[in-house]
Design a protein around this ligand. Sequence first.
Ligand SMILES: Cc1cc2nc3c(=O)[nH]c(=O)nc-3n(C[C@H](O)[C@H](O)[C@H](O)COP(=O)(O)OP(=O)(O)OC[C@H]3O[C@@H](n4cnc5c(N)ncnc54)[C@H](O)[C@@H]3O)c2cc1C
Length: 443
Amino acid sequence: MRSYHEPARQTPIRESVDVLVVGGGSAGLCAAVAAARTGARVVLAESHGFLGGTLTAVTLGSICGLYTVTEDDIVPAVGGLLSEIIERLAFLEGPRAPIRWLETATMVYDPFLLRMVADNLVTETDMTLALHTRAVSVIMDGSQIDGVVFEGQDGRWACRAKMVIDCTGDGTIAALAGARFEMDPDSIQFPNPMFRLGGVNTDKVTAMKRPELSQYLEQAVASGFELPRTAGGLFVIHPGAVHLNVTRVARDGMPPNTLETEDVTWAEIEGRRQVMLYRDAFRAHVPGFENCYVDDCGTRIGVRETRRITGQHSLSVDEVMGEARFDDAIACCSWPLEEHGAGRATRWVWLRPGGYYQIPFRSLIPLEIEGLLIAGRCISASHEAQASLRVAAPCMAMGQAAGTAAAMAIDGSVRVTDLNCEHLQERLLQQGAIIHKRGSKIA
Ligand SMILES: Cc1cc2nc3c(=O)[nH]c(=O)nc-3n(C[C@H](O)[C@H](O)[C@H](O)COP(=O)(O)OP(=O)(O)OC[C@H]3O[C@@H](n4cnc5c(N)ncnc54)[C@H](O)[C@@H]3O)c2cc1C
């Protein structure tokens, strides 16, 4: 390939802070707020013009991983900042109760209101927020990350930081810093766009069981609609409006690599084509959708899995299914293994009722790079373990832990690897996080 030699340039160091959080999704929002509330000077940089990441850019039907569930109880598995976010959502639109869904329970939310909640959380906290700002390279001193270079609306600038937290979902900062990672493009989970249909008879949707939906969609396939997936999730966001998680984007039967421009461009266009295909299939075959229209579609395709950064501990599927406990636990996760692979269905492997595993702090610490933590869907885990921990609630809990840990390490002038984990856990528990014990029954 021909190349262009870019001239060297001087990049202004616009900020010099304690903690720099890159990516303002579930993990990054909570990391930044937690670090600032723990006393650190914080910059939060996000490439979109709003916060919330997948929750608000792709838009999801519900916040998953929030509860452990038995036949009788729905009990929080994640607390802390997520509880505050739910309270703030309730303040803006009235309270919602968790809904039982398959063998678990989940919390429906309005994506626009979540953007508002994130705005309020950040602007009420003493930190600097940079939107429309994309991280493009890192400043290294040997194996120590010293800062990040961004492209913003007004050009290129740098931020130096004592600690950087990579919350990009893709592990972009860790990869730029030279951290090891795993990603097998042939076996990553398939991406898909999320969309909302309006003009729906939502009483009929609420009464519809998941197998019935699959039957209707299989009938659509039999009648000629080439639907890549027939088992999906429908969430009634508001009367008349339904969020759909039913598409599946495959290229020649394989998951497109969304870290490659050509593949992700193809995937975005294919995703929108599928939105129209499903609208037509729903109109023709699913009761209640006869007059539906596409009300909204995420601003980008939803990506479940890319890089998994190699950390001090890689969470395994045996630890997930065996409900592992760790001395350095910083969060609980109760979500099943939910794997979107090839074929028209999704693979679910359930934890036992009321079960959960813990996420160890070591899975947030990349090997060989100093001054860096990772939080969110790109932490150190196997492909199957990631299929469980990647949902929004545990990502928020990881973010809260990473932000708190970074600020505590700086305050105590210790390397984050030398941080006393019991002190970190105490601080998280004071913040309402759930680590060792189950929360109180709420339904
Ligand atoms: C189709 C689909 C459906 C899903 N359904 C659900 C569901 O119903 N419920 C649920 O709880 N979870 C669901 N998930 C999973 C879940 O939403 C995500 O895995 C989780 O939100 C990830 O959080 P995160 O903070 O790790 O990453 P993200 O939410 O992806 O946030 C990463 C942020 O970093 C920013 N960023 C990336 N690179 C850069 C850069 N270079 N510079 C600056 N900013 C950058 C991005 O813009 C983004 O805002 C779904 C995922 C997909 C793809």
